[in-house]
Ligand binder design. Structure first.
Ligand code: ATP
Length: 363
């Protein structure tokens, strides 16, 4: 097991800065997920850790060893790719044996390791098949088994589930998380899927434009996003962002949003002075239909239904409130239709306050 440190790491491709001053500690035995939109630098960071790219500046440490310039083969890191990269003309057993044979490991030890990892990932009965005779999930298991057979210090996984269908993806993410737990090995997992990140990671690093915006547990990211981008990226459906103004009178904060003014007391902010204009973040499941709301929800807004989406257990309803689309949670199959006027309520305690200019959280 091994910890990882990125210290002031930059990566430039020509004039393009892909990673800007990255500082991150990944703990021994931790399951760390890198999440963020396409092109934000997740894969480049993973490839630098694997030794497939060299940082332009900065250092990467494994434990206490500076590996910034160490070749990939000498880092003892395994990487599982989206494409699986299995040899099509070899059986599963031969695919698994290939790496150890090249390293001239002992034959009976190779056979014993194959049996062990095959059992761990449920491949025992498939060892004599070729990759073309396997399902997508089974191929993914072979790729996992092959990377585990090296007993790596760190396991890197780059969008390993993106070629699988939705139900298999859900199943495999549980399996990978369980496998990591059993092996206790440090793992870094790249995905652009926030649900995958939230369900698998001990901690999540949210990337955007080559920088890390926040590193936190799934619960912390959800409850206390450091800024608007993280608030919008984590959670589905997305957090609503509502324009508002504030004025502070002593320990009372008066917030005006959609023609409604409400006061909050005892709420502390990171700044002594709030700028007049702010943005309020509130998640769709914290804005409810008046008829369905718990009594703690006191602040009311009114608008017109523009669209509905029913998941079965819930209905998410887009409501146009003074020109802003507000997504809100209604009960399953609620008797509302497009064009209906509806009243929505929320609890001010659920609001997130963001600086309207920088997007930083004010809490
Ligand atoms: P995705 O989810 O689409 O894989 P990502 O977050 O993994 O995206 P990276 O692949 O790390 O993003 O790319 C980060 C940025 O660096 C992108 O703008 C990309 O175009 C650029 N980039 C990556 N590799 C190279 C390269 N070899 N040469 C030039 N630019 C590159």
């Amino acid at each position: 097991m091994t910890s990882v440190t990125f210290a002031n790491v930059w990566k430039q491709f020509g004039t393009h800065t892909a990673i800007e001053d990255l500082n991150l500690e990944i703990r021994d035995g931790e399951f760390m997920v890198f999440v963020g939109p396409s092109g934000c630098g997740k894969t480049t960071t993973l490839r630098m850790l694997a030794g497939l790219e060299t940082p332009t500046y900065g250092k990467i440490l494994l434990g206490r060893d500076d590996v910034t310039l160490t070749s990939p083969g000498r880092r003892n890191i395994s990487m599982v790719f989206q494409s699986y990269a299995l040899y099509p003309h070899m059986t599963v057993r031969q695919n698994l044996a290939f790496g150890p044979q090249i390293r001239h490991e002992n034959k009976s030890e190779i056979a014993a390791s194959i049996d062990k990892v095959a059992k761990l990932v449920g491949l025992e009965t498939l060892l004599n098949r070729h990759p073309s005779e396997l399902s997508g999930g089974q191929r993914q298991r072979v790729a996992l088994a092959r990377s585990m057979i090296r007993r790596p210090r760190i396991f890197l996984l780059d969008e390993p589930l993106s070629n699988l269908d939705a139900s298999l993806r859900t199943h495999m993410r549980t399996e990978i998380a369980e496998l990591q737990r059993q092996l206790g090995v440090t793992a870094v997992y790249v995905t652009h899927d926030q649900v995958e990140a939230m369900t698998m990671g001990h901690r999540i690093a949210v990337f955007d434009h080559g920088r890390i915006l926040q590193v936190a547990t799934p619960a912390e990211l959800y409850r206390a996003p450091a800024n608007k981008v993280v608030g919008r990226f984590i959670g589905s459906p997305r957090m609503n962002i509502l324009p508002a103004t504030v004025n502070v009178e002593g320990d009372r904060v008066n917030v005006r949003c959609f023609g409604t003014t409400f006061s909050m007391q005892g709420r502390t902010f990171t700044r002594d002075r709030l700028s007049d204009k702010i943005e309020l973040g509130i998640r769709p499941d914290e804005i409810q239909w008046v008829k369905d709301a718990p009594s703690r929800c006191t602040e009311k807004i009114t608008g017109v239904v523009t669209s509905l989406e029913t998941t079965g257990s819930d209905t998410f309803v887009l409501v146009n409130v003074e020109g802003t689309e507000v997504n809100s949670k209604f009960p399953s199959f609620a008797p509302v239709r497009r064009g209906d006027a509806v009243e929505l309520v929320f609890d001010p305690a659920d609001l997130h306050f963001f600086d309207a200019e920088t997007g930083e959280s004010l809490k």
